[in-house]
Design a protein around this ligand. Sequence first.
Ligand SMILES: C[S@@+](CC[C@H](N)C(=O)[O-])C[C@H]1O[C@@H](n2cnc3c(N)ncnc32)[C@H](O)[C@@H]1O
Length: 452
Amino acid sequence: MIRQGELVEIEIQDVSSDGNGVGKIDSQVIFVPHTVTGDRILAKLIKVKKKYAQGRLEKIIHPSDNRIRPRCIVADKCGGCKWQHIDYGHQLEIKHNQVKETLNRIGGFTEFEVEEILADTDLAYRNKASYPLGMSDNGNIKAGYYREGSHQIINLNQCPIQDERLNPLLAEIKQDLQELGIPIYDENTKKGILRHLCFRIGKNTGEILITIVITKPSNYKLAQQAPLWLERYANVVGVTLNYNPRPTNVIFGEETELLAGRLYLKEEFAGLTFTLRTESFFQVNTNVAESLFTWVIDELNLQGHETVIDLYCGIGTLTLPIAKKVQKVIGIEFDKIAIELANHNAVINDIDNVKFMEGKSEVIFPELTTDADVVILDPPRKGCQPEVIEALLKMKPRKIVYVSCHPATLARDLKMLCENNDYRLERVKPADFFPQTTHVETAVILQSTTTH
Ligand SMILES: C[S@@+](CC[C@H](N)C(=O)[O-])C[C@H]1O[C@@H](n2cnc3c(N)ncnc32)[C@H](O)[C@@H]1O
């Protein structure tokens, strides 16, 4: 019998989907953060339940071959990355297994192959950063990510998973904000003005947007500062002010004001030009997203006569490259600004066989009278609404492509689509959009069992 507070020596045998090392004492499972498969460790048991226990790493007795020295100086504090101590090859192995195990455990799939995981560089991959702002004890502005499981900001002057071109801006703009003397928003008292400092970069064009999130609709000091940033940084094409008065964890509010330059940046993606804004959704790992979307398009083997529906389409990142290969595409998205950008993106790329519809997928899709050959789903982490699954089973497109950032909801939805043998799993392709973190992206192609 193990007891809370006890020190135990264990061998880490696996890594769980939420990123913690997993060991065992008899049949009791023990989760220990900051460990990796193959570590022999001493852990202090901080919580003991009937079926599992939570341990804290006290000492590494023998490090695993999968363990590396973190490339970030605040890796042990910052909650942004959980796997800086794990060799990249092993991170990919864990993610591959996670997709396989989840499709089996939650989806009930037994005979299927998970293909090799798509990956690129393990650092400097993010094209977007949103740093909450806070005040340190010595009165200096802090910007960084939260300590894991808290809202305590770990101050950063650079971040190794961000695009390197964004790093110089972080320290300098933080200093400028310090000098402007605008009060920092305090989450506890709900007082203050400055909330977040955000950057977005076009990986392929180098264009950068700076966005400051504040609680009030406008600010004259920032309005005066913005043109100076535009002058100082050759790659900065716009400075915007987002207004978020709500006391929630959501970063952006609904209104954005242009302070200098333009509201959007241009990016080259999948052979097309896209305009995007800091607040609209765009995959954070440009290179791997491009590889995965190219894989999807290639594997669909489109012949030119097809009709495709792209649900949760964002600014058209998949819709528009597909439109080049088929007769007609409909994209559905509930974010008004994303739809405006998607329409603009169609125009600048001379694409006229696409129609973007603004609204919820679960409302618009079941009402559509168009029959599609292929339906693409790329929902947020919570997966598809039941109305979407029901409408798919009624429409019965020849193929369904499901792009997911959360294996558990992917498995749940695929189970519903396949349980009556209407569809079968044809391809499962994981992709590492988020190196150093526990997250994994997966694209799945389902084939209808009905002959069309
Ligand atoms: C994971 S993103 C995918 C966007 C796009 N496919 C891409 O790769 O850039 C999910 C998108 O779904 C949108 N969204 C979330 N819930 C929605 C809903 N119920 N109906 C329509 N769109 C929704 C979000 O605004 C976001 O743009």
